[in-house]
Design a protein. Sequence first.
Length: 246
Amino acid sequence: MSRIEWTERTWNPVTGCTKISPGCRHCYAENMARRLKAMGTPGYEKGFKLTIHPGRLDEPLRRKKPTVYFVNSMSDLFHKQVPSHFIDRVFEVIVASPQHNFQLLTKRPERMARYFRSREVPSNCWLGTTVEDQEYGIPRIDLLRTIPAKIRFLSIEPLLENLGTLDLKNIHWVIVGGESGSKARPMQPEWVENIRIQCHAQGASFFFKQWGGWGADGVRRPKAENGRLLHGRTWDEMPAIMTTHI
């Protein structure tokens, strides 16, 4: 099981990454990889150095129960160091596991778009990109929109500033969350509300993941204490055309 609110399980045939934009500054996966290395956890001997794990490819094939998988929660499948032939193998597993849905999130949609110019997106694969600010994040939305996926989604986490007016055409799902950890940067409630209003106006499902290290009242606390309520309720909307439910 996964502790990530918007998925059921994680599958990490690749671990490790490198920073490319402000959202990466306090990467949760990097911190976790360091802890796992210190604990002697198999697969994290190199810490957060990008590592390919062919032995993990068959994990979804061995699970018969329909499951929603987040692919590479500890990496980015479209990192330049991941060979295209290994990406092919990951998608071969996805195609061979039609009972599951696979959520694939990248900060590198330019490579993802190039990859799918000559390949079809499996019908059980959701493609997403991270949008943390206007400078780095907004251009990624247009790149994602060019890919003919059944479900396209945005992970707006950590939300670092007001994103202004968004074009959510052909975007089916938007996840929003604040940063957590000891160095968390605060997220303002009006930034979240701006996105929620635009999601509902443009037909995108809205999922509010967490406030993170700073509460809606601007007070710093552990993220569990700040919770994930917005306007007194949770927002757990999922894509309307999804084939299985979390």
